[in-house]
Design a protein. Sequence first.
Length: 289
Amino acid sequence: MTAVKKAEVIGSLNDFEEIKLSDKMFSKFAELMYNLAGVDLPLTPKNHALIRNRIVKLLRRHSLKSYEEYWDILEKGSPETVSEFISALTTNMTSFYRESNHFDFLLSVLPDMGKKFGSDLRLWCAAASTGQEPYTIAMTACEALGESPSSKVRILATDIDMQVLKKASVGTYEEREMQGLPPAQRQKYFEKVKSDGEEYWRAKDRIHDMIRFAPFNLMNPKYEFQHKFHVIFCRNVLIYFDEPTTKRVIENLVTCLAPGGYLILGHSESGNVKHPDLKPLSRAVYQKI
Ligand SMILES: C[S@@+](CC[C@H](N)C(=O)[O-])C[C@H]1O[C@@H](n2cnc3c(N)ncnc32)[C@H](O)[C@@H]1O
């Protein structure tokens, strides 16, 4: 009897062959993403690699052999396929207390906002990704207003990507996703839960219940909400849009902001903002006049 073990066959040769993405197919995917989500992906080696690497995962998931085959399915336009495509091509990087001076700012203005706007404060987090940003807003509101707040804070958290939005609404995070959250806040606003033998952190009801999650595409021609918002966070999403799109989005955001309310963008996005109704206050923070 031989002690030599035969190597296991772990896949077919095809698994190792590179599937080519032609420039023509790249342009089709890029144009579709622009039309659906406003995300601008000009033909550069970096964007080519991005589209290739992200869509190849969908080819594998659906056992397809080429980008052309995937395009044929995508063109049929079923809502699930389109949603999966958008989800694959959005970049969802986020963390708790990202660009933390914005939360210092919120902490400083919230206590007086009740006097200015009444006891019902409405905040909108317009590209909420997996939720770390809206939960940070909720924790900041709790810290600013204390145990028996004189104002009720309601946060609307939206994103175009249904997959991240679903995760945000569950509010459960792995240890590595808790980055940026100081230990004291973690203990106060999150609890440990176990699922399938793994430990996770789950947002406590106190902050979870302040947030409503809903899909929203910033490309919508008009933003129609029943009431104006007192603070809008729209951070680290304009960087993916071209100039005309950014201008249109800012115009729409300003329309749904209450006079005296605040618009907060990502640190690297403030260069693009010149609006007659927006007064710059500090880095990427504006007040509607
Ligand atoms: C890099 S993340 C930023 C998350 C968070 N705002 C932050 O600053 O940490 C960008 C988010 O914008 C979302 N997004 C991209 N295009 C969008 C659109 N047209 N409408 C709404 N959300 C969009 C993406 O799905 C993604 O979750």
